[in-house]
Write a protein that binds this ligand. Structure first.
Ligand SMILES: NC(=O)c1ccc[n+]([C@@H]2O[C@H](COP(=O)([O-])OP(=O)(O)OC[C@H]3O[C@@H](n4cnc5c(N)ncnc54)[C@H](O)[C@@H]3O)[C@@H](O)[C@H]2O)c1
Ligand SMILES: N[C@@H](CC=O)C(=O)O
Length: 477
């Protein structure tokens, strides 16, 4: 069977699960229906829970080496199917094909990393205070995991959860975004082909996330929830998990400052900003949301920025040469336009406006004179809009940067060694790009602080999210 056949049903205990209720998956570039997928029902959910619980027990009898080998095979299958996966991703999510190819590599990179890390969940021997005891700490899989993922990275946001969970010996039930379920199903089919147990990675499809997820959050068989999405939904899920004291990881929204100091190499800063702002049409959690420009560099920097932005091509991501695909929905485009209008009303100036676009496409916009009073500085724009604020000195830049409730990623450009040291320590963010606009990397701990969430994905830290530490205290006669 081709990878793309049968991507219409939830995948439960290794089989497609058919129901009568359906919802449409649309291509945001063309509006055409890509698939008409079935909604999981209560029976299907119960079946998935049973399979996940049984599989967690089976996984206890597998070695780390066996799980590592399955992950390696899954990685290889992803790479073998890279063009198919990338095309499907562009069709359901909209990002340009070259970015989709990059996401396949990035997503597979997490599987490869955790194939290696699976064998390294070391425990420790603890020196006892006497000679009659041996104390140690071992690590074990946390149990059945529920994962909920967004639409903006339909592959990578899944593999960076499922791969470490499986490496740790956990079974996983995924509820992907209703906008991008097909990539999730394709990933799960490849995992099965790679030899993953049938209940190890199951996918539940629904357009009623709230209805499906609330009882699962309250279910005692599920020991962990890992969520990637907005802060607003993260808050609701934390409340729902409180009754069963579930372990949680929360990868939530950002509002990244991108600070350009006088001492920066301005060509590098523009290149970094283009990557941090325009990847995925601005729809990334780590997108540069507030560009903080030191007074005095505008005259040199802005013409370079305008020149780079003017080269961007907006269009269907499947077309050659396209840099910016459609936004995910009309609401997303309307929201971005409202943020621009509010900023203009409060005194911001549009210094660049690309050619107006129809449908879900949006041309790049550059605004200057943005202040903290404007809505655009206080929420994720999630669109190709560069929003520029200005500051006079380093302490003002840090105060402005830290003035929001989010703390996911921040970026700054400077060539002064002592300034780099000071600013790195002062920014209240989980990830800092220093003279670099792209921080994402499977080998490093990705995650935010403050209201951007808790927990890490990637790095050796990402495995610990799925492990519990058990202390063993053994007495000798
Ligand atoms: N920190 C990170 O690593 C990271 C990565 C990617 C995206 N994000 C954030 O995700 C957001 C964009 O994604 P989105 O629009 O899909 O976010 P969202 O919060 O609307 O939805 C995320 C997921 O939650 C589900 N969901 C929605 N309401 C729910 C409910 N009441 N109960 C249970 N599940 C529910 C959705 O169906 C989707 O699968 C942005 O805020 C972005 O910053 C964060
Ligand atoms: N862009 C992030 C995901 C958030 O949207 C990443 O690179 O992993």
């Amino acid at each position: 069977m081709s990878l793309l056949e049968g991507l219409e049903h939830s995948l439960i205990a290794g089989e497609p699960y058919h129901t009568e209720q359906h919802f449409s998956v649309l291509n945001p570039a063309t509006g055409e229906q890509l698939a008409y997928v079935s909604e999981v029902d209560e029976q299907g959910t119960a079946l998935a829970l049973r399979a996940a619980t049984e599989t967690f027990n089976t996984l206890k009898t597998t070695s780390a080496k066996q799980r590592s080998e399955v992950l390696w095979r899954w990685y290889e299958l992803m790479m073998e199917n890279k063009p198919l996966l990338a095309r499907l991703l562009t069709q359901e999510q909209g990002k340009p094909l070259k970015e989709a190819m990059g996401e396949v590599d990035y997503a597979a990179g997490y599987i490869q990393w955790y194939a290696e890390q699976a064998k390294r969940s070391y425990g420790e021997v603890i020196p006892a205070n006497d000679t009659q005891h041996q104390l140690s700490a071992i690590k074990q899989g946390v149990g059945v995991v529920l994962g909920i993922t967004p639409w903006n990275f339909p592959l990578a946001m899944i593999t960076r959860k499922v791969a470490p969970a499986y490496a740790a010996g956990c079974s996983f039930i995924l509820k992907p975004s209703e906008q991008t379920p097909l990539s999730a199903l394709a990933l799960a089919q490849l995992a099965l082909q790679a030899g993953m147990q049938k209940g190890a990675f199951q996918v539940l499809l629904t357009s009623d996330s709230a209805g499906l997820i609330k009882p699962l959050c309250q279910n005692t068989n599920i020991r962990k929830l890992t969520f990637t999405g907005s802060t607003q939904i993260g808050r609701i899920l934390l409340e729902q998990c409180a009754s069963t004291i579930k372990r949680t990881s929360m990868e939530l929204g950002g509002n990244a400052p991108f600070i350009i100091f006088k001492s920066a190499n301005l060509d590098d800063a523009v290149a970094g900003l283009m990557a941090a702002k325009f990847r995925n049409a601005g729809q990334t959690c780590v997108a540069a949301n507030r560009i903080l420009l030191q007074q005095g560099v505008e005259a040199e920097l802005l013409p370079r920025l305008i020149k780079a932005v003017d080269k961007l091509v907006v269009g269907d991501g499947l077309e050659e040469g396209v840099d910016i695909g459609p936004l995910i929905t009309l609401e997303a485009k309307d929201k971005a336009q409202k943020l621009i209008d509010d900023a203009i009303e409060k005194g911001a100036e549009v210094i660049y406006q690309g050619k107006q676009q129809s449908g879900l496409f949006m041309a790049p916009v550059i605004l200057t004179g943005v202040t903290s009073k404007m809505k655009i500085a206080n929420q994720e724009i999630f669109a190709p809009v560069v929003s520029i604020m200005s500051f006079s000195d380093e302490s003002e830049a840090i105060e402005l940067a830290n003035s929001v409730e989010e703390g996911l990623a921040a970026y700054f450009y400077s060539q002064e060694v002592s300034q780099i040291h000071r600013v790195s320590l002062s920014l209240d963010y989980g990830m800092i790009g220093i003279n670099e606009g792209m921080v994402s990397n499977p080998v490093a701990p990705f995650g935010g602080i403050k209201q951007s969430g808790m927990g890490k994905e990637g790095g050796h830290q990402g495995l610990d999210e799925y492990l519990t530490v058990k202390y063993l205290c053994q007495k000798f006669d």
